[in-house]
Design a protein around this ligand. Structure first.
Ligand SMILES: NC(=O)c1ccc[n+]([C@@H]2O[C@H](COP(=O)([O-])OP(=O)(O)OC[C@H]3O[C@@H](n4cnc5c(N)ncnc54)[C@H](OP(=O)(O)O)[C@@H]3O)[C@@H](O)[C@H]2O)c1
Length: 512
């Protein structure tokens, strides 16, 4: 591709971020995530010239799939899900080095065959290659895969050299503190922490990365980013979809596990952490862990710091939709929350007294993920309350999806011969400024893992710290069954019990 046709984000990138010769092995290669995200991510890295010359893709799964058939499936996935059309030249290059190994996840002999397959690729390439294992299976088989990577000598492959083995682990990372600790234990029995990349794909999104740039490169924000000027922070991850056909899975998970413990806590950590000493992965992750540790234990009582609810039937996009309890695979007396909200206090110098509100829900009014920073009001002496002065608090909102961007609400004079005011919104949208074909989160994350940059991945202690905060709440809700379970109409902005969390501080949820 001619340089002039390349996306502006990518100029100069390949010079600085070239990956070494790599074999990517995907466990669970016949699965949904592989087709929708991973194969298209690899393909788009190929389009952008970001794959190494010696790049091989190996699918692994229980179902026997001939190499040719796997290539056809992969091409089909690109046609259906890639942000860019299938280019025969680019795909021809990748597909010529694409193979499939069939085997069980707990079958040691199959992993020995996988090891031989990788050695054969190295012989073909004529040099050492790094192997990046991508575990994209249901979590029940994360541990057997990890153990077998250890047993087959694959986890330690080329350890101590430049091109050592690495592993990406999909979410969910455990289902409570104990299981996260167990999983970390299994990982550390075979891999060293610097080889491990725990995914939270939110961290690969442009706006999440932009948060660091906005916070730490703009002089107008840096002095204001503390309890002296910020009144409260709201983090919202709202989905329009219900549980669909995944009711059985969702009954075991619920909103707190599915969204709050991982995505919203990550957004919170990046929003509130102290400036890292540098942009390297460990400096940033150290600050995130420090921040997570400063969050105070939640008051779990009814009317305390938490609220949960299930959606009831309602209207969404002009269509009538079912309530949670009527969905397929849901227990009639289900105690699983489809909405959760928390009020968090961070007990450190910067944030003492500033409430951080987190909420997430299914079947909400519309799909949006955002971080809203609400600033304090200036003294009201000049524009005292009157009908002429329509004033809003200043809010800086990072919109993470959809329409990635940033907006700032300011008060402005309405044109005219007397002074009237009105809130106005300044908007920056990635699609408008930079074009709409931005790389997907998985492209950035696969590339980062290939080149060994762990900044946008979760460290083991981070995952545990977040579970430590959420696990007492999970246990309390599990013990309470349906007690104090709120309800909200599908298509609304959530339940009343969640409004009450904010009312204590005279705050209201935003309707983004
Ligand atoms: N799909 C998404 O959008 C998404 C988003 C975020 C995170 N994730 C995470 O990514 C991982 C993969 O998701 P996915 O949607 O691709 O999963 P999936 O389609 O259910 O499973 C992936 C593959 O794993 C194997 N597998 C399925 N069930 C298994 C079982 N009970 N025991 C052993 N192997 C099994 C199957 O391959 P074989 O039968 O060929 O072995 C299947 O094709 C999960 O951890 C998920 O939580 C997915």
């Amino acid at each position: 591709m001619a340089d002039s046709q390349r996306h502006p984000f990518l100029h100069g990138l390949s010079k600085h971020r070239g990956a070494p010769p790599t074999v990517v092995v995907i466990f669970g290669a016949s699965g949904d995530l592989t087709a929708r995200k991973l194969i298209p991510a690899v393909y788009n890295l190929g389009v952008d010239n970001l794959l190494p010359t010696d790049f091989h893709l190996v699918g692994y799964g229980r179902k026997p799939i001939p190499d040719d058939e796997f290539r056809v499936l992969a091409a089909g996935a690109i046609k259906e899900f890639s942000r860019r059309e299938l280019d025969d030249d680019v795909w021809g290059h990748i597909s010529g080095n694409t193979t499939y190994v069939a085997g069980g996840y707990d079958d040691e002999s199959a992993f020995a065959r996988l090891a031989e397959h990788i050695t054969a690729i190295e012989k073909q390439v004529g040099r050492d290659v790094q192997v990046l294992f991508y575990i994209s299976t249901p979590p029940s088989v994360f541990a057997p895969i990890l153990r077998n990577l250890g047993a087959a000598g694959l986890a330690a492959k080329h350890l101590g050299k430049a091109y050592h083995a690495k592993v990406i682990i999909e979410k969910p990372f455990g289902h409570d503190l104990e299981s996260a600790r167990d999983l970390n234990g299994t990982i550390s029995s075979v891999f060293q922490e610097h080889q491990v990349y725990r995914i939270d794909h939110y961290l690969g999104k442009e706006t999440v990365q932009d948060l660091l740039v906005q916070r730490f490169s703009n002089a107008i924000f840096e002095p204001l980013w503390n309890r002296n000027f910020i009144d409260s922070v709201q983090i919202t991850v709202a989905e329009e979809v219900g549980v669909g056909t995944r009711g059985g899975y969702y009954e075991q998970s619920g909103c707190l596990r599915d969204m709050i413990q991982n995505h919203t806590m990550q957004l919170l950590a990046l929003t509130a952490m102290e400036p890292p000493v540098s942009l390297d992965a460990e400096s940033i992750r150290d600050e995130k862990v420090k921040l997570l540790k400063a969050i105070q234990p939640l008051n779990l009582e009814y009317g305390g710091d938490v609220a949960r609810a299930q959606y009831s039937a309602g209207m969404l996009g002009g269509e009538a939709v079912k309530g949670y309890l009527e969905e397929e695979g849901i227990e009639p007396e289900s105690g699983t929350e489809t909405y959760a909200a928390l009020r968090l206090s961070i007990n450190n110098w910067r944030w003492q007294g500033v409430p951080f509100y987190l909420r997430s829900g299914k079947r909400m009014s519309h799909r949006v993920s955002e971080i809203a920073i609400n600033f304090k009001h200036p003294p009201g002496t000049l524009f005292a309350e009157s009908e002429r002065f329509n004033l809003a608090g200043n809010t800086l909102a990072f919109q993470i999806q959809p329409d990635e961007g940033l907006s700032l609400i300011l008060n402005a004079k309405v044109p005219g011969l007397e002074t009237r005011t009105q809130p106005v919104k300044m908007n920056f949208r990635y699609a408008t400024t930079f074009g709409s074909n931005t790389p997907e989160a998985y492209e950035r994350l696969v590339l980062d893992a290939m080149i060994g940059d762990g900044t946008l991945f979760i460290r083991g202690d981070e995952a545990e710290t977040s579970w430590k905060l959420c696990t007492p709440l999970l246990e309390s809700w599990a013990a309470a069954g349906r007690e104090e379970m709120g309800s909200y109409d599908a298509g609304s902005w959530g339940p009343k019990n969640s409004d009450a969390l904010l009312a204590k501080n005279n705050h209201l949820w935003r309707q983004p």
